[in-house]
Design a protein around this ligand. Structure first.
Ligand SMILES: Cc1cc2nc3c(=O)[nH]c(=O)nc-3n(C[C@H](O)[C@H](O)[C@H](O)COP(=O)(O)OP(=O)(O)OC[C@H]3O[C@@H](n4cnc5c(N)ncnc54)[C@H](O)[C@@H]3O)c2cc1C
Length: 467
């Protein structure tokens, strides 16, 4: 049994996977480590590349720190390799002492509501993937609605609403791909309505994301006076929580502006509006008679005095031709790996993957298998949280040394031979540099920071120098 060297596989090259590799390499330990990082995408960085909105360059800049880790050259990258199709758990067990899954969450959480399957009802995760140039979503997006609803009161709802409402000219400094620019330019949208079940003091979005809405050129943010009749719990939240205090302050400014505007009907108005509806619980997406979304039916709610809301029985309807469901992300099961269907995560204790013992029915550790990031604790939290996650998981990998797998082929070349024998066109760090330089050059030619390459084949060809 090799105890002086850990051959570690990490599946998922998003922030969680990259931080786990970095932390393992820097950790105090009495054995050597060699790490292979796999991702099914040809480019690393997960949702930082394919989730964080293109007009948030400061957050996208976290890629610089992640890139520095990879550029040290002490982590091997295998992009365009999908766990469960190109590699199985058995393969990993034959080549590594342990695996950390850092596969994140990319799907939309389900919303159980009549009309959810109508044409014009979209998952926000799919929309985000489209506008961020994910290679596995269709190139075109049906942006043909004038009035749009966005369901949800988190940052993803605000990202979706902002991209829908923003004039495309104001996105042209970003890295949005050509097909996205073309799609957004043709959008006839005039009104984007964001719906939240709770009141303004219970939202999940952050003040920065909210304030940004007010800075959009030629877009008026509209809030409704009826939503600001705070009860004691709401007032206590405003005075006792700094984040709520700032959110309330921003909303109150818009409220005052709306009141002023109502007194000056001739004042110039923006060509697009972004409405924030609180205490509004969606009940149904209404069929327009042709199988398409024609309206959203919702119930007015009110505070229950204990932090929640109850329905008032007052039902309203608003005509919209598209609905975006931003009610959260959800993890995907990985073949051969335990999965918690309810929470969309790999069941684990501090990153040690757990399985139900067939004989006793009790949970027990599945040796050699670990999880970190969103697939470990669910799709909440910022990029920075994946670092503390990784620390916890890596600590267990190190301490579990006595229970690691005993691979038959731990040699570094063995996995390369396996991938080659399967005809897999993987991409490596040099390949990523080639693609990166190509994208930067495309951007420079148009005075932009970067233009993303979207088709997977093109990404792989460029990375492998076969374009
Ligand atoms: C729309 C949106 C906007 C966000 N904006 C911000 C923000 O502004 N600031 C902030 O701090 N956080 C933001 N976040 C949160 C941040 O993106 C997450 O906290 C972080 O990306 C989670 O990291 P992860 O590594 O667990 O998952 P991911 O980033 O999703 O990485 C998972 C990786 O695993 C790979 N993978 C999945 N399945 C397989 C498989 N079968 N085989 C091989 N590889 C696989 C994926 O391709 C991906 O690269 C945002 C999230 C979303 C969805």
């Amino acid at each position: 049994m090799t105890r002086n060297k850990l051959r570690l596989a990490i599946v998922g090259a998003g922030p969680a996977g990259i931080y786990a590799a970095d932390i393992m390499l820097k950790a105090e330990r009495n054995f050597d480590v060699s790490i292979d990082l796999f991702d099914h995408l040809p480019a690393p960085y997960g949702l930082v590349r394919y989730g964080v909105a293109p007009d948030h360059p400061r957050i996208k800049g976290i890629i610089t720190a992640l890139r520095e880790v990879l550029d040290r050259g002490d982590i091997r990258i295998f992009g365009n390799v999908r766990f469960g199709r190109d590699l199985t758990l058995d393969d990993l067990q034959q080549h590594y002492h342990a695996v950390i899954f850092a596969t994140g969450a990319v799907r939309d959480a389900p919303l159980h509501i009549p009309g959810v399957d109508l044409e014009g009802s979209y998952g926000a995760a799919d929309f985000v993937s489209w506008f961020d140039g994910h290679p596995d979503v269709p190139r075109t997006w049906p942006l043909d609605a004038k009035q749009v609803a966005v369901i949800g009161n988190g940052n993803v709802a605000l990202d979706s609403a902002r991209i829908l409402a923003k004039h495309v000219e104001d996105l042209m400094v970003t890295e949005i791909p050509a097909n996205v620019a073309e799609g957004l330019a043709a959008s006839p949208v005039t009104d984007v309505h964001v719906f939240g079940r709770r009141g303004p003091t219970s939202v999940k979005f952050t003040p920065l994301e909210l304030r940004e809405l007010g800075e959009l050129r030629d877009v008026d943010v509209i809030v409704y006076d009826e939503d600001f009749d705070y009860d004691d719990a709401a007032k206590a939240a405003v005075s006792g929580n700094k984040q709520v205090f700032v959110i309330d302050k921003v909303l109150q400014q818009w409220r005052q502006r709306a009141l002023r505007q109502a007194q000056e009907p001739d004042a110039p108005k923006a060509s697009r509006r972004l409405h924030l509806h609180f205490f509004a619980k969606p009940l149904e997406f209404v069929d327009d008679g042709t199988g398409r979304v024609g309206a959203i039916r919702y119930e007015r709610t009110k505070s229950d005095g204990a932090g929640g809301v109850v329905g008032t029985g007052e039902i309203r309807e608003l005509p919209v031709q598209a609905v975006y469901r931003a009610v959260g992300y959800f993890g995907s099961p990985l073949p051969g790996v335990p999965f918690d269907e309810k929470f969309g995560v790999i069941p684990n204790h501090e990153g040690q993957v757990m399985i139900r013992d067939e004989e006793t029915g009790e949970p027990r550790q599945l040796y050699g298998v670990y999880a970190t990031g969103w697939i470990k604790r669910g799709p909440v939290g910022l990029i920075g949280h994946t670092k503390s996650d990784a620390m916890e998981t890596v600590k267990h990998v190190i301490n579990d040394l006595g229970n690691w797998w005993q691979p038959e082929h731990p040699e570094e070349e063995a996995i390369v031979e396996l991938l080659e024998s399967r005809g897999i066109r993987w991409t490596d760090l040099d390949g990523w540099h080639r693609l990166d330089e190509h994208e930067l050059a495309l951007g420079e030619a148009e005075g932009r920071v970067r233009i993303k390459v979207v088709p997977r084949d093109e990404m792989v060809d460029l990375s492998r120098g076969e374009a």
